[in-house]
Ligand binder design. Structure first.
Ligand SMILES: Nc1ncnc2c1ncn2[C@@H]1O[C@H](COP(=O)(O)OP(=O)(O)OP(=O)(O)O)[C@@H](O)[C@H]1O
Ligand SMILES: [Mg+2]
Length: 625
């Protein structure tokens, strides 16, 4: 959420976008200075809106351009994607604008350069009167530099961003660019545009998930025999929901009509996944000119609906945002819903239909309502609805799930994706790593990933690329917080950032105490009642209760979440926090300090108080020896 308060100083994953107008100097020869200013101002406003549309935050207007952040004040799983989409939107808007400029003054070179880069940045407040957040660091410098090196009318993207987006967007390599004040050159690519469908090339073979595939194939068998089905696929980010949907799509082949749409974390158009599904069926690309979409819609829907086309087309046109003459109420949600269901019914008369809606925890109310109508349709037509979702209490997706279980329980299969077994994780690793990594290291990876396939992939990839320097064999002990692969860090920090403020602030404190932490210590360090914050952490499944007796202890559900919570602390805050934790232990456990000497040595070492750290370490050694 963009209205979250600006945090205190933190280190966090940020995607930075710079956009700068070129050709405004030439305008100066034709226009009055104040006219140039007004024109540039209008263009800058337009670009800012494109940033805000995707949940970014415009930090500064510098002359003819903007600097914007995605991930400040709160990270989203998909900040790089948001930045890429708003970069493309900026190009689109400025291209239109350039048309007008050319028509008015005959100037042909009005354009914009965009640079995007992702990385760790120190985020803090500056300015007393109107405080604003800034993100400083290499990531920001490189983004600015990429912008200045981009050809007019293009987007230059840093390597970290491009790698994370390569399955969804098309890139062209720009090679290595020298960046002033930086020793290593930067690998840059040009962002060309979105891919029609996420590429699955390079995916490792499916590991494990035998039971889940059996259930999915059972549902597919029912559907092919003409029975409507509903499948709920639930799991944490990266657990493999999308992957299983993809496996099923491949197995279904052309026995069914496959429709697919994704709910977007930044909203997008109303009922977006249904728009996407219809566009996909029409064979339209996102962002295609309206006239092309309209032509395809008339042709394909005409073939399906025959004489009924004129009755259904206006409402579907409104959904797609294309202009089609029709009654005034064609845009009513009821009309749109009805036309959409008629379309699905018509399709299902030809062949069984699958409607796969991904990430319904992000669904908007219009999407949920239309999805409910499709659930009803599964009762009377050979239609299978597949919903994927993360656990998100109170979301539209959670309501949809209850509706499926409550009203359509006899047709519904719910599949919760649990962590992969160690054996399945090993299978994935042997494909990704080959024989390059020894058994000890492999075991370390299995332990760190805790059965989450995305984590397995990202950790293994980072290891292959040398991002996680294996220092001798000690690497297997732990992936240190500052070594989290960037793709994972964004995802993990975003999970914490989604929490209410109180819980969000509590997370790093709890993490500093340890993966498992006594709640009494947390209360003492936070100097407040932590009840609400802790409940929020529990509900979001970021921590779980370990035991209530003899002391109440909770634990981070995943080791990497624990690392991510720690990773946002600046060195200063970290030292101060650890000192307070050590003091809390000393006062709360004054009678049994001997049981905690190792922890205390660790806390004092982190706090930078080496004298006390040594004292406790000495006591620990004396105790064991
Ligand atoms: N069982 C598996 N065997 C091999 N690879 C897998 C398996 N499950 C998932 N993967 C891979 O792990 C990555 C993450 O999976 P996927 O994108 O399907 O997760 P997700 O649950 O949809 O996550 P998100 O919440 O981000 O949408 C993908 O690259 C996918 O190919
Ligand atoms: Mg997914």
């Amino acid at each position: 959420m963009t209205d979250a308060p600006i945090p205190d100083d933190e280190v966090r994953p940020v995607t930075v976008l710079f956009a700068d107008i070129v050709g405004s100097t030439a305008l100066g020869e034709r226009l009055q200075p104040d006219e140039v200013k007004a024109l540039v101002g209008e263009c800058v406003t337009m670009m800012s809106r494109a940033v805000e549309e995707y949940g970014g935050m415009v930090q500064a207007y510098a002359g003819d351009g903007i600097c914007a952040y995605f991930g400040v004040p709160a990270a989203h799983d998909d900040d790089p994607e948001r930045a890429a989409r708003s970069g493309l939107r900026i190009l689109e808007l400025v291209a239109e604008y350039a048309h007008d400029v050319e028509a008015a003054w005959g100037l042909a070179d009005f354009a914009v350069r965009v640079g995007i880069n992702t990385g760790q940045a120190a985020v803090g407040q500056v300015g007393a009167a109107e405080p604003g957040a800034v993100a400083l660091g290499d990531a920001t410098n490189v983004a600015a530099r990429l912008q200045s090196l981009a050809e007019p009318g293009t987007i230059a993207v840093g390597d970290a961003t491009a790698r994370r987006l390569s399955h969804r967007f098309v890139f062209e390599a720009l090679g290595e660019l020298e960046v002033k004040g930086r020793k290593a050159p930067v690998t840059a690519s040009r962002l060309v545009g979105p891919r029609a469908r996420a590429s699955e090339e390079g995916a490792t073979p499916l590991a494990g998930r035998d039971d889940e595939m059996t259930l999915l194939l059972g549902a597919l068998g029912d559907l092919v025999a003409g029975r409507g089905r509903i499948v709920l696929l639930l799991g944490d980010p990266g657990m493999g929901k999308t992957r299983l949907v993809g496996e099923l799509r491949a197995l279904a082949g052309d026995r069914v009509t496959w429709l697919e749409g994704n709910c977007l974390s930044y909203g997008g158009l109303t009922a977006w996944p249904f728009v996407e599904a219809l566009l996909g069926w029409l064979g339209s690309e996102i962002g295609e000119p309206e006239i092309a979409v309209r032509t395809k819609a008339r042709a394909r829907l005409g073939a399906l609906f025959g004489n009924d086309l004129e009755r259904e087309l206006p409402a579907l046109g409104r959904l797609l945002r294309i202009r089609i003459d029709g009654p005034d109420d064609a845009g009513d949600p009821d009309q749109i819903r009805e036309a959409y269901i008629h379309w699905l019914e018509a399709l299902a008369r030809e062949r069984p239909v699958v409607v796969a809606l991904e990430d319904v925890h992000w669904a908007d109310p219009a999407t949920r309502e239309l999805a409910e109508a499709v659930l009803d349709l599964a009762e009377r037509a050979p239609v299978a609805v597949i919903l994927t979702a993360e656990h998100a209490p109170g979301s539209e997706g959670a309501m949809l799930r209850l509706r499926a279980l409550g009203d359509h329980g006899h047709r519904t299969t719910e599949i919760s994706l649990n962590p992969l077994s160690d054996q399945a994780t090993e299978e994935m690793l042997s494909v990704i790593l080959g024989s390059e990594v020894d058994a000890v290291m492999r075991m370390g990876l299995v332990r760190e990933a805790e059965g989450n396939p995305l984590y397995v992939e990202e950790l293994a990839r980072a290891l292959l690329e040398g991002g996680l320097e294996p220092r001798g064999r000690t690497w297997t002990v732990t992936v240190r917080a500052d070594l989290l692969p960037p793709a994972l860090e964004n995802l993990l920090v975003a999970r914490i950032d989604r929490l209410p403020v109180g819980a969000r602030q509590l997370a790093p404190t709890a993490a500093a105490i340890g993966r498992t932490f006594p709640v009494a210590v947390l209360e003492n360090v936070a100097e407040a009642d932590v009840g609400d914050g802790l409940t929020a952490l529990l509900r979001a499944e970021i921590v779980r209760e370990v035991r209530r007796y003899p002391v109440f202890e909770c634990s981070f559900t995943h080791g990497l979440l624990h690392d991510a919570a720690l990773s946002t602390l600046t060195p200063t805050r970290k030292r101060e926090l650890y000192a307070r934790i050590a003091a809390a232990f000393e006062s709360l456990y004054a009678d049994s300090l001997d049981d905690h000497v190792e922890r205390l040595a660790h806390y004092y070492a982190q706090a930078g108080d080496l004298r006390r750290a040594f004292e406790y370490a000495e006591r620990a050694r004396a105790g064991t020896g």
